[in-house]
Ligand binder design. Structure first.
Ligand code: ZN
Length: 201
């Protein structure tokens, strides 16, 4: 049976999302078709706002309001600009901010290196990080990518790239669940990983 075009279009759109297969995509589309009016409406509004009202900070690529060049953390003059904590996703910034112990700045890579998925250094925010460090004033770069194979490989790669700049390059202490995401680590574990960070050599 050929589905009406608007339904097929929605199914196709859902299928492009991570973790959603053809079956879930169809289920979601048909659910929305018969759901009360306000559910698809809220969803459509939220999706619109996502791209229109949210932007990325020009300095660290964290989330910020649209129309603002830099995020709250970059704008905050009380934060220590000589330390940059490098994370995979903006969600990791939230996780680290929740523990309230970090006073430096951030840099969001928006991914990790993954040869299998064809993600190279140019596909994530490596160059802007090196440019930030090259501008001077940075003493330490904390590599806080996840303790996964890709996260470790990305940290190693960045360490190599940062070497010529003569800054301290540290890595979060072990103790985070291996393969786990920073964003799911509990606050104590995260705090220990941060305060026990070690120089990469
Ligand atoms: Zn920022």
């Amino acid at each position: 049976m050929l589905l009406p075009e608007p339904i097929q279009k929605l199914i196709n759109a859902f299928e492009r999302l991570p973790g959603i297969g053809p079956k879930s995509a169809s289920r979601l589309a048909f659910y929305l078709l018969r759901a009360p009016e306000d559910i698809p409406q809220d969803l459509s509004e939220a999706l619109n706002d996502l791209k229109n009202k949210v932007a990325f900070c020009e300095e660290c690529f964290n989330i910020t309001e649209a129309g603002r060049a830099r995020c709250e953390i970059c704008e905050n003059t009380r934060r220590d600009g000589s330390v940059i904590c490098v994370v995979e996703e903006a969600l990791d910034v939230l996780a680290l901010e929740r523990i309230g112990a970090y006073q430096g700045k951030y840099h969001v890579l928006h991914g990790v290196l993954s040869p299998i998925e064809g993600v190279g250094p140019d596909d994530i925010k490596v160059k802007p990080l090196l440019e930030r460090v090259a501008r001077g004033g940075v003493k330490e770069v904390i590599l806080a990518t996840n303790p996964s194979m890709e996260g470790d490989a990305t940290a190693l790669y960045l360490q190599g790239q940062l070497k010529p700049y003569g800054v301290h390059v540290t890595r979060l202490a072990r103790g985070l669940p291996v393969g786990g995401d920073l964003e799911y680590a509990d606050q104590n574990t995260l705090l220990r990983a941060l305060s026990g960070r070690q120089e990469m050599s």
